[in-house]
Write a protein that binds this ligand. Structure first.
Ligand code: SF4
Length: 499
């Protein structure tokens, strides 16, 4: 599948009669997409008729094409503008995801404290005050540690949550959510009960059965796998006892895909099904996130990952057909953009990318960054993306900061070479921070962009499945996936590498 086409497919082109759309070829047919997210499959003959302005009143697809804005005859410009505005309302919402790092201590050395490695109470309060300034009516605090376990800093975590709840009730009245990214290694029953009682959602990491999960955590004592699945079972049981809706109240798990995972797809899926997990967040390993020796041991090529992903997606769909409720996270986000009129609010898949406008990240010293990956860039020694101190800046300063503007400009797909003509543009997005890490500049080049290849491959597979008229059961499965909005899904895939 080509991301774009530079050639006009027919000598007959009635440009003045056409609306604006992009197109590509999938499974022997022409896929046409619009900025409002509408899409349609056309036969080659229908596409030729569309381009030559032969789709007029009386043509079997005239009304459909008119509604989509593919033809100018009778185009309802106001309705089209309303649909486009709805899909892009994230640009005016304000930062709604606030990623707070509680500690910088390396996981293998959590016991040894250095001054300044951990978030203190005063800085936590400054972060809360800054986050509550946003215009977004609902905000999520995502609580993490840079490398280790945030629950080892439970006192500050608890203070931050309680301060946010109290000050929000007194002053701002926003819909607050808290999500903890934890490997559960410091979880206790008392902590778990406090998290449940305070409605703090738990996102953990589960890389598969014990032999896979524990293989990359040999530095942790005992069996990290047994700990994690024990706590998943605990939260699941307590939510059920409290009568909470399992669609909203459940533990989510991230899955770091290593070379070992590629050959253990079935075992991975069996583990997720056995634990009753509803969402699989597959996270490809990036060479930039691990050292060279680790990469040599567990790394792999993008093509290998995409082949694994495609088979995993097909397997998950097959499980759904047998009644199992399990979805893949990125596919669900993209399907939401393909099948609904709304934007799911995932900053990774927005144009412009939501760093600084949808997400803000805070390091332990109160330094503010447009997203958590920008914080990680600074932690590695490059403070390029630093926006200021939480104690000193205002939200209005942040969203108008030159760095945030530069990120927005670089990630606007309408003006990016390749993206501007790509049929996948309405469902896509890329991170200029990741471009900076991988290619050395914010814009990057799409042919060298792993996200571009990944997004295009996933969208192509989804459209292949959605367009298969011989398999209505699979279409019905995929159509159900966007119907339940997971409360865990406000930060797309920009999670840290949870150990
Ligand atoms: S980044 Fe997305 S929109 Fe741009 S070329 Fe790649 S797949 Fe297409």
């Amino acid at each position: 599948m080509e991301p774009r086409s530079l050639s006009v497919p027919s000598p007959e082109l009635a440009a003045d009669s056409l609306g604006f759309f992009r197109w590509g070829r999938i499974a022997g047919r022409v896929l046409v997409t619009t900025d409002a997210g509408d899409w349609a499959y056309l036969s080659e003959a229908e596409f030729g008729d569309l381009l030559a302005a032969r789709v007029t009143a009386g043509h079997p697809r005239f009304e459909e094409f008119q509604r989509m804005g593919l033809v100018r005859d009778g185009l309802d410009l106001d309705a089209l503008a309303t649909r486009i505005a709805q899909r892009n309302r994230h640009v005016a919402r304000g930062p709604h995801v606030h990623v707070v790092t509680l500690s910088r201590r390396a996981a293998a050395a959590e016991a040894s404290a250095n001054a300044g490695d951990d978030l203190d109470v005063a800085t936590a309060e400054a972060i809360v005050d800054l986050a509550l300034q946003v215009t977004a009516p609902a905000i999520t605090f995502e609580l993490q540690a840079a490398d280790g376990e945030p629950l080892r800093h439970f006192d500050v975590l608890r203070h931050l949550v309680e301060t946010a709840v109290t000050r929000n009730a007194r002053a701002t009245g926003k819909d607050l959510r808290f999500r903890l990214i934890s490997n559960c290694s410091a979880m206790t029953e008392a902590t778990a009960e406090w998290l449940i009682g305070r409605d703090v959602l738990l996102t953990t990491t589960l890389d598969g059965p014990a032999y896979l999960h524990d293989a990359t955590r040999r530095w942790l004592p005992g069996s990290p796998h047994a700990d994690v699945v024990g706590w998943i079972d605990y939260f699941t049981r307590r939510y059920a006892e409290l009568g909470r809706d399992p669609q909203q109240w459940h533990v989510d798990a991230l899955c770091n895909v290593t070379r070992q995972t590629l050959g253990a797809r079935r075992a991975l899926l069996d583990e997720y099904v056995a634990r009753g997990l509803r969402m699989l967040h597959l996270r490809p390993l990036a060479a930039a996130r691990v050292d060279a020796e680790t990469w040599r041991t567990i790394g792999y090529g993008l093509e290998e990952y995409l082949d694994f992903y495609r088979h995993a997606l097909d397997d998950i769909v097959a499980l759904n057909r047998r009644g199992v409720d399990l979805r893949e996270s990125l596919a669900t986000i993209i399907l939401t953009k393909i099948l609904t009129a709304d934007d799911p609010g995932i900053v990774d898949l927005q144009s412009p990318y939501g760093a600084g406008t949808g997400q803000i990240a805070y390091d332990v010293d109160g330094q503010v960054y447009p997203c958590d990956e920008a914080r990680a860039v600074a932690a590695a020694g490059d403070p390029l993306f630093a926006l200021g101190q939480a104690q000193a800046v205002k939200i209005a300063d942040l969203v108008q900061h030159p760095t945030v503007r530069a990120i927005a400009t670089a990630s606007l797909l309408d003006v990016q070479p390749m993206c501007a003509e790509c049929w996948n543009k309405p469902y896509c997005g890329f991170s200029p921070v990741r471009s900076y890490i991988a290619q050395g500049d914010l814009f990057g080049q799409r042919p060298h962009c792993a996200e571009c290849k990944e997004h295009l491959a996933i969208s192509t597979r989804l459209f292949e499945l959605l367009g298969d008229e011989q398999d209505p059961e699979t279409v019905a499965v995929l159509t159900r996936w966007p119907s339940v909005r997971s409360p865990h899904a406000t930060n797309g895939r920009a999670y840290r590498d949870a150990p």
